[in-house]
Design a protein around this ligand. Structure first.
Ligand code: DGP
Length: 113
């Protein structure tokens, strides 16, 4: 049993989100605290606290999430973008439901802080 997070409530429709894509495996919606003009989160419907808990059986799901990240980036008109998965609090993870950030719409610097 994984901890309930705000993303579980978004998945159940209890909290509204600005949805950009949805299918049987995942949901994509705009980040409430955008770090760039385009900032979308792609989250699995399956409860996985972070990439750390992902297993071999999740291979297809993880690949699907990346392809959805590409799909939403293209839908937003991006040709350059960054995908980020924060894993663990010290890496900046604040919501413990696996999510891919899709960030773009401005020049992005490297390395991130
Ligand atoms: P991370 O720090 O990697 O765990 O990213 C979590 C992101 O989730 C953060 O950028 C803010 C976003 N977020 C948190 N709560 C909500 C919410 O209720 N709605 C939306 N749309 N985004 C949220």
């Amino acid at each position: 049993m994984t901890e309930e997070t705000i993303f579980h409530r978004i998945l159940r429709g209890e909290i509204p989100c600005d949805e950009v894509y949805s299918d049987s495996l995942c949901l994509a919606f705009r980040d409430i605290q955008p770090a760039a003009p385009v900032h979308i989160l792609v989250i699995p419907r399956k409860s996985l606290p972070s990439l750390m808990e992902a297993q071999k059986e999740d291979s297809n799901l993880l690949g699907h999430l990346l392809l959805v990240a590409k799909k939403v980036a293209i839908k937003e008109g991006l040709s350059n973008w960054r995908t980020v998965i924060n894993t663990g609090a010290e890496a900046g993870q604040t919501v413990f439901h696996l999510h891919i950030h899709v960030i773009g719409g401005r020049t992005l610097t490297w390395p991130p802080g």
